[in-house]
Design a protein around this ligand. Structure first.
Ligand code: PMT
Length: 419
């Protein structure tokens, strides 16, 4: 999203800006100035290689703060800089982010100040990669980026065009005003605090229904959508508890997790936690059926076919809605393969929900295990659903939270745009 003049932001927003050694390092000056114009305070850290492209003095003069390159250097005024630098930031940006720093971040390497700062940082992270096209398209770089996305890192895709090295293709640092706009979007989430006082209970991931000690019934839910909701609610000031089934990604920092396996265990955990919650979101892919009997021993392959009798599992969402205490908001999801809105509206009504988030799980890059989702938000009492384009699960999560805030405030705020 490019904007000519970034909108201003809460001036208390603190941004840590990391600069790596690439020809685009000079553009980081523009990113710094754009953030300052939007009211942010910015501190800068540089890798040693970055100093070969731009002098630290440039950033020190503009930011008014000591620029950290090596926190062991005698001129570093703060002996635990990697902690104070990261813990005081509302957002960590790395621009340009080289293939090297991306690989180090993705694999938890902490061999210098910037990589240590990344591991010590609990704020949102935005990377603006810049490198030669061949390096950008290399499977190793793409694998590292995928890992970082699943760790919840926000990536602003590089532009395509003529590179300094003369090649043409993707890999050119995104324009500074696009980086600034993306940063302000994320800061809106971190400094919004519009959910402080709320206590979220969110079910996440897949359940696993045992057939025998070896086999089970499950599904492809990774937990990314549920954890994106948990991270976004936390960033916006809420307390968050996640009841997590089987997930393939780590929970966000600062979220209490209760680990379960089966639908029954998930139902018990939700029942225990619901009374202390003000908002319940059922984002988990809970098995609707489980084996009526679990075999005590591994079932032998004695015949050509095997018939399993299945029975219904507890409907956690319906139970939460039916037993809700005063003030509890109940939000469900609908994983559909056809008639998306109609089927979701049936769920909204039949389970007496406040909001249902509908996603067509047959769409590419949507639904199970993808880093993006295409959702329809249906709020009780609204005439029509809010259909949204494909976006990161972090962005989709914030759209769901916007709908919750709107409902809580009696729909006083205008309907969120579909952009
Ligand atoms: O985890 P990801 O890989 O990121 O994938 C995200 C997702 C596709 C799992 C997520 O976006 C999603 O759609 N979650 C709901 C999946 C699901 O079970 O949908 P459903 O239409 O079958 O169930 C409807 C609702 O009832 C859901 O809120 C579900 O959590 C809930 N449910 C279902 C069965 C059951 N026994 N108890 C429940 O609470």
């Amino acid at each position: 999203m490019a904007s000519s003049e970034p909108q201003s932001i809460d001036s208390k927003s603190k941004v840590a800006l990391g600069v790596c050694g690439g020809i685009a390092a000079y553009k980081a000056v523009e990113v710094l100035r754009g953030l300052q114009r939007a009211g942010c305070t910015v501190r800068v850290a540089m890798t040693p290689r970055a100093c070969e492209f731009v002098q630290p003095l440039t950033f020190k003069a503009l930011s008014g703060s000591h620029v950290i390159v090596d926190d062991y250097a005698p001129d570093n005024p703060d002996p635990i800089a990697h902690i104070t630098f990261s813990q005081s930031a509302d957002l960590l940006i790395v621009a340009p982010a080289t293939a090297n720093i991306i690989a180090k971040f993705a694999n938890g390497v902490a061999d210098d100040f910037l990589t240590s700062t990344y591991l010590a940082c609990s704020a949102p992270v935005l990377l603006a990669p810049a490198m030669n096209t061949t390096m950008w398209e290399h499977p190793a770089t793409q694998r590292n980026l995928q890992k970082l996305r699943s760790d919840g890192v926000h990536i602003i895709e590089p532009d395509a065009g003529e590179m300094a090295c003369g090649t043409i293709g993707p890999g050119r640092l995104s324009e500074p005003d696009r980086i600034v706009a993306a940063a302000l979007e994320l800061l809106k989430g971190t400094t919004q605090h519009d959910l402080s006082g709320e206590r979220f209970l969110i079910t996440v991931g897949a359940t696993r229904e045992d057939i025998d000690p070896v086999r089970f019934i499950s599904n492809r839910s990774s937990g990314k959508m549920g954890f994106a909701l948990a991270a976004a609610a936390k960033q916006r000031g809420a307390r968050v508890t996640a009841v997590t089934g089987i997930t393939t990604v780590q929970p966000p920092v600062g979220v209490k997790t209760i680990e379960v396996k089966s639908a029954e265990e998930m139902a018990d955990a939700v029942r225990n936690e619901l009374q202390n919650s003000t908002i319940f979101i059922a984002a988990a892919a809970v098995a609707d059926y489980r084996p009526a009997k679990q075999a005590a021993q591994k079932i032998k392959k004695n015949s050509e076919s095997l018939t399993l009798e299945l029975e219904r599992t507890p409907d956690i969402l319906a139970q939460a809605s039916a037993t809700r205490h005063e003030g509890l908001l109940v939000i469900g999801f609908a994983a559909e393969t056809e008639n998306l809105v109609a089927n979701a509206q049936i769920k909204l009504r039949s389970k007496n929900l406040d909001i249902v988030v509908a996603n067509d799980v047959t769409l590419a890059n949507s639904g199970f295990d993808s880093d993006t989702n295409t959702i329809n938000i249906i709020t009780r009492g609204d005439n029509e659903p809010l259909g949204l384009p494909s976006m990161s699960k972090a962005a989709a999560a914030n759209k769901v939270l916007d709908a919750i805030v709107r409902l809580r405030s009696g729909r006083a705020t205008a309907k969120t745009s579909t952009s």
